[in-house]
Design a protein. Structure first.
Length: 204
């Protein structure tokens, strides 16, 4: 065997190792932001914060049997389709009395207040009963996802609140429940919370 062939064979393992290390380094550079975001959303919940909403231990929402509640067709709807966005949840009767309408108005104003980042925020109104959805809601609050929940008993327990219809809930971009707001919440302070979150997740 010639000396040149021996050198080539000897260098192959070193060359392959160097290639693998280079590939791993490139992967790490591109994956780092995603990994850090997942860690931040799931595990870094500071104990001392200036947020208005109540931070909750991160939890995935259960598989919900949802169908669109506005219009004639009742199409399946998956919350997973809103991944990558901050989602404000509001739950109530389809009749949507005065307090319910106030919350829908607040959600619209909070989203509008986010300026150029408003498209990073979605609004979902989950109908908990069999009452028909009030006819004017879809027009008055266009852009809100009006959906009806079939397996209602599974949700209130996850939301950790007996008064779910009195509250607004916030779901993070990876689909986890992260915050809830008190009854009769201050829309301006909700908007401020969301502005801080968007500053981190959707920087200029």
């Amino acid at each position: 065997m010639s000396s040149s062939n021996s050198n080539e064979i000897a260098s192959d393992p070193a060359s392959r190792k160097k290639s693998r290390l280079t590939l791993l380094a490139v992967f790490a550079v591109f994956a780092a932001p995603l990994v850090l975001a997942i860690i931040a959303f799931n595990f870094w919940r500071p104990t001392k914060t200036s947020n208005y909403g109540e931070l909750l231990p991160p939890v995935n929402l259960p598989d919900l049997e949802l169908r669109t509640a506005d219009g004639q067709a009742r199409q399946p709807f998956a919350l997973e389709s809103l991944r990558g966005k901050w989602v404000m949840l509001h739950l109530d009767s389809g009749a949507c009395a005065a307090a319910c309408r106030t919350k829908l108005y607040y959600l619209r104003q909070v989203r509008t207040a986010q300026g150029k980042h408003f498209d990073q925020v979605e609004r979902v109104f989950i109908v908990l009963d069999d009452q028909p959805l009030a006819a004017d809601l879809a027009h008055e609050y266009a852009g809100t996802h009006f959906v009806r929940l079939s397996n209602a008993p599974t949700l209130p327990a996850v939301l950790r609140a007996g008064d779910v219809t009195a509250r607004i809930f916030l779901v993070d971009p990876i689909g986890q429940l992260m915050m809830r707001y008190p009854p009769n919440a201050d829309a301006g302070r909700i908007a401020k919370d969301l502005r801080r979150l968007l500053k981190v997740s959707a920087p200029d």
